[in-house]
Design a protein around this ligand. Structure first.
Ligand code: MLT
Length: 237
């Protein structure tokens, strides 16, 4: 069965259930999961997702070589080495990173008891679909990280793009069929649609419009990343 958690309250509800058999794919297209994939594809060693800015600072105190990355209100928190733009993650080859973002890293943390946690973005979509085809999960949960407490269109579109690439015989829930239809409506206009979203508009307001174009690219990385032992690492290239 393919299920979709469409917003943070649904993520909380589902994460309170038994996720022991579940493969979760977490999408935060604008921008956390797109930045994670970009970083790992560019040679970042691993990324530790944490919920709070304080926890990120604590980790760095314990291990000063770590880089602090992430955002609050779209901008790097005080004392951080980098923000949440994919292009910043292109330039930190070989480094180890602690990351905290408003929704993305919180969503990853929420499903930490799933049997497998994959990081989903448009930039690695075909690699993810291939991986799920060759490693069919008993149960698949697509997690749309959202914006604040709200549903976010860009995460639902990406979840739909993944559903559209999976074999038809995988039983899709109503929400999975809905996100697939949404993706089919978007077609080749991904960049335009992402710019119409609340998150897309906010990024344009703070001068981060170029990030949207980056995050809207389909399958530019042949890479699957997953959370293992609290670290996001590449599992295939
Ligand atoms: C988030 O985790 O909420 C986003 O990645 C926000 C952003 O990139 O500004």
């Amino acid at each position: 069965m393919i299920q979709v958690a469409l917003c943070p309250s649904e993520i909380r509800r589902i994460s309170a259930t038994d996720l022991g058999d579940v493969t979760a794919v977490v999408f935060d297209v604008l921008r956390a999961t797109s930045s994670v994939i970009t970083g790992l594809a560019s040679g970042v060693e691993y990324i530790i997702p944490v919920r709070t800015v304080e926890e990120a600072h604590q980790r760095k105190l314990a291990d000063p070589d770590l880089l602090l990355a992430g955002e609050r209100e779209g901008l790097p928190p005080q004392g951080f080495d980098l923000g949440n733009s994919p292009e910043e993650f292109l330039k930190i080859r070989g480094r180890r990173v602690v990351m905290t973002t408003t929704n993305g890293t919180a969503a990853i943390e929420s499903v930490r008891l799933a049997s497998q946690i994959l990081i989903g973005a448009l930039v690695n979509l075909d690699a993810l679909a291939d991986y799920l085809f060759t490693h069919p999960p008993r149960s698949l949960l697509l997690v749309c990280a959202g914006t604040g407490e709200e549903f976010s269109l860009e995460d639902a579109i990406a979840a739909g793009a993944l559903v559209a690439r999976l074999p038809d015989d995988q039983a899709a829930s109503d929400s999975a069929m809905m996100v697939r239809s949404l993706y089919e409506r978007v077609g080749d206009d991904m960049d335009w649609w992402l710019r119409q979203t609340q998150n897309g508009k906010r990024l344009q307001r703070i001068g981060k419009g170029a990030d949207i174009t980056w995050c809207a690219q389909l399958s530019v990385y042949n890479l699957v990343c997953q959370l293992k032992g609290g670290k996001i690492i590449c599992s295939t290239k």
